[in-house]
Design a protein around this ligand. Structure first.
Ligand code: FAD
Ligand code: NAP
Length: 471
């Protein structure tokens, strides 16, 4: 369907995309289905494409990561170009003004790469991690904290705040054994540290009740099924998770699905206190509800030693803190309370409260004026919520909006001036990485992985990336 000659002869409509994750690629794909003549260039801050598929999705979810094959097809098309290792923001020589000058339209799809904070005392003391930091680390992202900061062998108790699917990923990664993980794309260094963790008890703590749990049924079932893991719930927390009108708070078409999830959780071992757990040497997961973090206590080395929680009660599905407190002693904390996006261009209207670019079906406004040629997709459009299917749906919505702009004649044909673009990239002092370049690295990773019986052995050093590209 996508022919080389189309690119050469009619490459007049053009789209610059900031980012190369699912939001970017799904949108481009759906746009190109209708407009085969459009040139699409992706500008990506990392050397590699695919965003959170590589650095977010857990290594043992290779079925999800497999979407890289479909994405690779898009980036191999003659009418697309990938500029890896090229960050774009208001301070880079290659900025929004330049992109708008060179392309018919610009799509912002740079995701959500910031952390939400709890806003409580000591939340950044030693032993406390944001989920993003920990996930980036176990996925060997180029943006990761060093191994010496990840100390998982000094405590038997860790707390995960939040019970979304990222929290579930973290709990699973901490629960699985070397045998469970060795075949995936987990770095040897990560495997060594994560599989030698001394954690016995994982306390996953949510501020609301079981009806409001953010995890999905499939993910909690998978965690429940991890070999060597006991899963517990507390009787009073389950009992207090329901209000008189709990059922009415849920949309009728979602009630059955929710009931399935709640019934699954209720099938976990029910206890009244921690002394009732089995003494079978397995790890324990405690799914806790109705506890809101109040304060973090650190010891004399500045390391987390305890978290104090306010017990909450539900009012219309929301957690209201009570005076009653409880605490969990622990040496590690993972704050898994969501990712957030940020503004990278001052002129683009951004809602700092919801951390999204203000948009109408993907159409963006600049200085409160709706722009004809500026669009948004992915998590910077929707907030850091939703699985790939959600991101796909939203991408189709944005692609439809761009299509309407094309069909309405609102986008001018423009052929990018690559001399100007390349000289501005060079001015930033970086070397861009093409998709062909990245494929060399990716193929090397796969080959190295094979030698070790793994899916891939990720390259984590940017110098190694450039060394491989040279050949
Ligand atoms: P991203 O994937 O983050 O892509 C944004 C891209 O923009 C990145 O490549 C980034 O480097 C780049 N970028 C950022 N700033 C700039 C800049 N200034 N200049 C140039 N480039 C820039 N969904 C599932 O269906 N199944 C799963 O198992 C699953 N696991 C997940 C695990 C985690 C830990 C997380 C956080 C999410 C997971 N998701 C999963 C959700 C899925 O990853 C998202 O729906 C999807 O990645 C969102 O796509 P995006 O393009 O908006 O963002
Ligand atoms: P999430 O699903 O939004 O969950 C965030 C959790 O943090 C919720 O339990 C939330 O509780 C809690 N929280 C937020 N602020 C808090 C605060 N101040 N104090 C205490 N708790 C707080 O976010 P996520 O887990 O980061 O996941 C992001 C998206 O990626 C989700 O849509 C998820 O499904 C998707 N994802 C999917 C997969 C998969 O499909 N396998 C894997 C990973 C991620 P409240 O509900 O009370 O706000």
């Amino acid at each position: 369907m996508f022919c080389k000659f189309i690119h050469k002869r009619f490459s007049t409509l053009s789209l610059a995309v900031v980012g190369s994750g699912p939001g970017a690629i799904f949108t481009a794909k759906h746009l190109m289905k209708k407009h085969t003549n459009i040139v699409v260039d992706f500008y990506e801050k990392f050397p590699h494409p695919f965003g959170l598929i590589r650095t977010g999705v857990a290594p043992d979810h290779q079925d999800v990561k497999n979407i890289e094959h479909e994405f690779s097809h898009i980036l191999s098309l003659p009418q697309t170009k990938f500029f890896g290792n090229v960050i774009v923001n208001k301070d880079t020589p290659l900025n929004l003004e330049i992109l708008k000058k060179n392309y018919s339209a610009v799509l912002l799809a740079y995701g959500a790469h910031g952390d939400i904070t709890l806003g409580i005392k000591n939340e950044d003391c030693k032993g406390c991690f944001n989920s993003r930091n920990f996930v980036n680390w176990y996925n060997s992202s180029f943006d990761r904290i060093s191994n010496d900061k990840i100390i998982l062998n000094k405590t038997e108790d860790c707390v995960i705040i939040g019970n979304g699917n990222v929290a579930i990923d973290i709990a699973r990664m901490l629960s699985k054994s070397f045998e469970d993980l060795k075949q995936f794309d987990v770095g040897d260094d990560v495997l060594e540290i994560i599989c030698n963790n001394t954690i016995k008890n994982i306390h996953m703590v949510a501020r609301r009740g079981v009806n409001q749990a953010a995890f999905t049924t499939k993910e909690i079932r998978e965690l429940h099924g991890v070999k060597g893991l006991n899963t517990y719930i507390f009787e009073d927390e389950i009992k207090n998770s329901f209000e008189a009108d709990s059922e009415l708070q849920v949309l009728p078409n979602e009630r059955r699905q929710l009931k399935r999830k709640v019934d699954l959780v209720k099938s976990f071992d029910m206890i009244n206190n921690i002394n009732q757990i089995k003494k079978d040497g397995r790890k324990n997961l405690f799914l806790r509800f109705l506890n809101r973090p109040k304060e973090i206590i650190s010891d004399n080395t500045g390391t987390i030693s305890e978290i104090i929680f306010n017990k909450t009660k539900l009012i219309k599905g929301q957690a209201v803190a009570t005076e009653e407190t409880t605490s969990i002693k622990c040496g590690l904390l993972f704050k898994s309370i969501g990712y957030k996006s940020h503004s990278i261009f001052d002129t683009v209207d951004f809602n700092s409260k919801s951390s999204v670019i203000i948009n109408d079906k993907g159409k963006v406004s600049e200085n409160k004026v709706i722009s004809d040629n500026l669009f948004v997709s992915g998590w910077v459009k929707t907030g850091a919520k939703g699985v790939l299917d959600t991101t796909l749906r939203e991408a189709v919505d944005t692609a439809d909006t761009i299509n309407k702009q094309i069909e309405g004649g609102f986008l001018k044909n423009k052929t990018p001036n690559y001399d100007e673009i390349n000289s501005l990239i060079a001015k930033s002092g970086v070397k861009p990485i093409s998709f062909k370049d990245w494929e060399k690295v990716s193929n090397y990773e796969i080959e190295e992985g094979k030698k070790k019986g793994k899916i891939r052995d990720k390259v984590t050093d940017i110098n190694k990336v450039f060394e491989l590209i040279k050949h």
